[in-house]
Design a protein around this ligand. Structure first.
Ligand code: URA
Length: 267
């Protein structure tokens, strides 16, 4: 049998079909094609207001809390993904069915490089796949890479607003403790395969640890979506394993909102 050309099937939702996990239907997006994705449901409203001024509540179901806003003349959905790969993949599947074409993760991270400071912003151009979910979508040799167009828009926006920003490779781990070689867990035990792993990622020039970006990039690619990621630095692993006080997140949040607001106008 001869291999045939693959044509991606696109199973869009009917306008009034309630999407099971995110809890809204495509018609409530009013034609929005861009989605901004914080992890924390509690951050959806502040993110929507910061990038668009106004925020209209759409739905809140499980870890998915959604608001609609408008930035640079475009409708923008802000929808939380929850933590970790599985809930990111579910979110992307349903956003694609609702007609979303571009997704931008708006998250937090711990840097592993000395030159990156607390409160800075990291734009991920690719991510190491230390997750499990992405392997359900693509073989392990397949790279988790951001959309070039989305990343270029984010980088140009960061330059325009003068945000302290680093573009590089993230390490996306399914776990906050062992996979990120943290020793301040309940038992303090880090399995042998992760001991020394932070030094290895540092030597490879990776910038940071977080938990969702590799899944986002791989699943977005497999669904035909364009993905990017902006991450606020709230941990500096060369100094501490602890998350910094909230004013650090507030500083990064302001920069990330400025970057995303400007970038949305270029997509
Ligand atoms: N999120 C992570 O997954 N790790 C950190 O260190 C900070 C935020």
């Amino acid at each position: 049998m001869q291999a045939r050309a693959y044509i991606m099937k696109k199973n869009y939702a009917a306008p009034d079909e309630a999407l099971y996990h995110v809890g809204f239907s495509a018609s409530s997006l009013e034609g929005a094609r861009i989605a901004v994705l914080p992890g924390d449901p509690g951050r959806s409203e502040p993110v929507a207001k910061a990038i668009g001024g106004d925020a209209r509540f759409i739905a809140s179901h499980r870890e998915y809390t959604s608001f609609l806003t408008q930035a640079a003349g475009r409708k923008v959905l802000v929808c939380s993904t929850g933590m970790g790969g599985p809930s990111v993949a579910i979110c992307l599947e349903e956003l694609a069915r609702a007609g979303i074409t571009h997704v931008i993760r708006f998250g937090t991270t711990g840097t592993i490089q000395e030159r990156v400071s607390l409160g800075d912003v990291i734009i991920s151009k690719a991510a190491a796949r230390l997750d499990g979910t992405s392997a359900h979508y693509a073989p392990e040799c397949f790279p988790a890479v951001a959309s070039f167009a989305v990343t270029a828009a984010l980088k140009a926006a960061a330059e325009r607003c003068g945000a302290p920003c680093h573009v590089g490779i993230s390490v996306s781990s399914d776990t906050f403790w062992p996979g990120q070689e943290r020793y301040d867990s309940f038992t303090g035990y880090v399995p042998r395969r992760f001991r020394g792993s932070m030094e290895e990622w540092q030597a490879l020039g990776a910038l940071n640890y977080e938990m969702e970006t590799a899944t986002l990039f791989t699943v977005a690619q497999s669904l035909g979506l364009k993905a990017g990621a902006v991450l606020g630095v709230v941990v500096k692993r060369t100094e501490s394993e602890q998350v910094a006080p909230s004013y650090v997140y507030d500083k990064a949040f302001g920069h990330m909102a400025d970057i995303v607001r400007l970038a949305v106008g270029q997509l």
